[in-house]
Design a protein. Structure first.
Length: 260
């Protein structure tokens, strides 16, 4: 027969065990990373090829940022929802919770840091670079554009950059496409354009006729943006970006959109 003392000990042990199990169960509760369970809602201004833009025939959003976001969502066990909106609306949408992440080629400026949390840099080849015909052997860097005919897109920073080089005959054009055509036709000697745009254009086949020369100008890297209170999502995305670099997935996506 079990004594009252032993019975009490058994009951206390059972109660304690139940309490410990209940405690362990509560520790396993996961924090929801996104506003909508199972969905990573990414906001972007979708007129910025090759980072994000609408495919001509399908109007489907494509680009480097889209592919990168798709892979990040996959690694977090989430479904990607890519949302197009005006650039000025991105930060308010993140703050209000309408989107979880910004992927729009943004820089981590001091002003934006007041409103957003940022990922580690994911694209560092910003700035401007010189592009010339492949058969050009005179121009090896931007300073070699001295006394040359230089194409630039009207209203952009390269206009003043080109004018600051001695003796240049600066040709301001409506679009980068017109600049590339002028280079191929030989009506200009070189051009100064956005480095990422140049790398994308070469990837589309222009590397048969054109090449980049010299180094690109320094520029802040691109980062992903998050609600300042959602550092848990930011940290998970950073982990995913790090793993993508280590296993070669980042380079695969990069090589799809850019050429050196």
């Amino acid at each position: 027969m079990i004594s009252m003392k032993k019975l009490g000990l058994i009951l206390c042990t059972a109660v304690l065990s139940v309490g410990l199990l209940a405690g362990c169960g509560s520790d396993k509760k996961e924090v929801q990373l996104t506003q909508t369970a199972g969905v990573l809602k990414v906001g972007s201004e979708t007129t910025f090829p090759p980072f994000e833009f609408a495919e001509e025939n399908t109007n489907k959003y494509i680009g480097f940022d889209v592919d990168l976001s798709e892979e990040v969502a996959k690694r977090l066990g989430l479904k990607l929802e890519f949302v197009s909106m005006g650039f000025d609306a991105l930060i308010p949408a993140t703050q209000s919770g309408n989107i979880d992440m910004i992927a729009a080629g943004i820089n981590a400026t001091p002003e934006r840091e007041k409103a957003l949390a940022f990922s580690e840099p994911y694209f560092k080849e910003g700035g401007f670079i010189t592009i010339v015909r492949k058969d050009n052997t005179d121009i090896k860097k931007m300073d070699d554009l001295t006394n040359k005919r230089v194409g630039v897109q009207i209203g952009t920073v390269p206009v003043e950059m080109a004018k600051a080089i001695p003796g240049t005959d600066v040709k301001e054009m409506d679009s980068n496409s017109n600049i590339f055509m002028a280079l191929q036709a030989g009506t200009i000697d070189g051009a100064i354009i956005d480095q990422a745009v140049a790398m994308y254009y070469l990837k589309q086949g222009a590397d048969k006729d054109l090449k980049l020369v010299g180094e690109g100008t320094d520029a802040p890297p691109f980062v992903l943006g998050f609600n300042k209170s959602n550092t848990a999502l930011r940290d998970k995305v950073n982990e995913a970006l790090k793993a993508m670099r280590e296993d070669g997935t980042y380079q695969k996506i990069y090589s799809k959109w850019f050429a050196k």
